[in-house]
Design a protein around this ligand. Structure first.
Ligand SMILES: Cc1cc2nc3c(=O)[nH]c(=O)nc-3n(C[C@H](O)[C@H](O)[C@H](O)COP(=O)(O)OP(=O)(O)OC[C@H]3O[C@@H](n4cnc5c(N)ncnc54)[C@H](O)[C@@H]3O)c2cc1C
Length: 333
């Protein structure tokens, strides 16, 4: 237990869905929370790429809700107009054969973009954007943070939550605490090459999205089939194993291979306008989920999808559960 001091101020590193859910719950219990986020906006991998002519969800494609707590949260997002059910016509491609998907699952998307629920959660939170935490120091029973973009250290915090992908967490933890570093370094995360493509010569297809099995790409989606989207942009994901094996390839090489695969599936990529994105840490995590990780003796916690089965729902729950644990530590200290 953190017996020295009450928990009044918490720093959270990362404004993805896990960091945001953790922050909201802590704040609702009267704890002062500051989030440090290296990007210019919230939401992390629930993200949307924008150019002057188009936009497309290029990280998470949709999310499901199975846990009653997350179902209730998503209902709130739907009521606030920040998420909606998406009912795509989904096909599956395997071994040269296309078939209808028989999945009956409810799929949700952020509206109007995948980063909208994150923006909704970020309201009324104190978030420092373009603040990449590169070091942590514990002086006495409080933490200070060093950000690459800021000259002065930020502190003093009674508890620090690290809500970032495992390899990035490990970089902060390896010289700090062996117990936390062991957890982070044992997680296996894989990359994802993402292609966003306008296919001017592709006639309309008889599917909105497709799971592709046993090929280098694993997912194709017509972004415009989602609620409140316009335009004709396809999002295509490389499969995790192929993406990881080609994580150091150039954008051009990855694009060439993915275009060849699309063409072999029957999609017309002639004169395609393409934008590529490499996610270094897209999916995966601990082999056995532990939900979150907390070290009350030094006031440190880890949350994120990689501790809780991956995906948006797992990330949100991980942040919530860590916040409940911090609240428990606070009331028993
Ligand atoms: C290509 C792709 C497809 C996906 N498809 C789906 C899907 O269809 N359905 C689904 O449920 N899930 C999907 N996911 C997974 C889903 O996006 C994640 O599970 C979820 O968004 C993870 O949230 P998080 O808060 O744990 O982490 P993140 O969203 O990664 O948030 C971490 C945040 O920390 C920030 N950060 C990192 N390091 C630092 C630092 N040192 N200092 C400050 N800030 C830092 C990052 O910028 C980021 O904003 C997909 C992910 C990808 C990449």
């Amino acid at each position: 237990m953190n017996t020295n001091k009450e928990i009044k101020r918490v720093a959270i590193i990362g404004a993805g869905i896990a960091g945001l859910s953790c922050a909201r719950k802590l704040q609702s219990h009267g704890i002062t929370v500051d989030i440090f986020e290296k990007s210019r906006g919230p939401s992390g991998r629930m993200s949307t790429r924008r150019s002057e002519e188009w936009s497309a969800d290029h990280g998470a494609q949709y999310f499901t809700a199975r846990d009653p707590r997350f179902i209730q949260e998503v209902q709130g997002w739907v009521q606030a107009g920040t998420a909606a059910i998406w009912k795509p016509n989904i096909k599956v491609y395997e071994a040269g054969i296309w078939r209808e998907s028989n999945s009956q699952e409810y799929r949700y998307v952020g509206t109007p973009n995948m980063n909208s629920p994150g923006k909704h959660l970020a309201k009324d939170l104190s978030i420092h954007y373009e603040a990449t935490v590169c070091g942590l120091e514990r002086i006495g029973d409080q933490w200070t943070l060093q950000c690459s973009e800021l000259t002065e250290m930020r502190g003093a915090y009674d508890f620090v939550v690290i809500a970032i992908p495992a390899p990035q967490a490990n970089a902060l933890l390896k010289d700090l605490d062996a117990r936390a570093a062991d957890i982070a370094s044992s997680a296996q995360m894989k990359a994802c090459w993402t292609m966003m493509a306008h296919l001017p010569n592709q006639k309309s297809t008889d599917f909105d999205s497709a799971f592709i099995n046993q090929e280098i790409i694993s997912w194709i989606c017509q972004n415009g089939s989602k609620p409140m989207r316009h335009g004709n942009i396809w999002t295509i994901h490389g499969n995790p194993t192929w993406s990881q094996n080609h994580v150091e390839s150039s954008k051009e090489d990855a694009q060439d291979q993915m275009v060849k695969c699309m063409t072999s599936l029957g999609l017309n990529c002639q004169d395609a306008e393409i934008s590529m994105h490499r996610w270094r840490y897209a999916s995966g995590g601990l082999e056995n989920s532990i939900g979150f990780f907390s070290l009350p003796d030094i006031g440190l916690g880890l949350c994120g999808d990689w501790l809780n089965g991956g995906r948006v729902e797992g990330a949100w729950l991980s942040g919530m559960e860590l916040a409940a644990e911090i609240e428990l530590i606070k009331t028993t200290s």
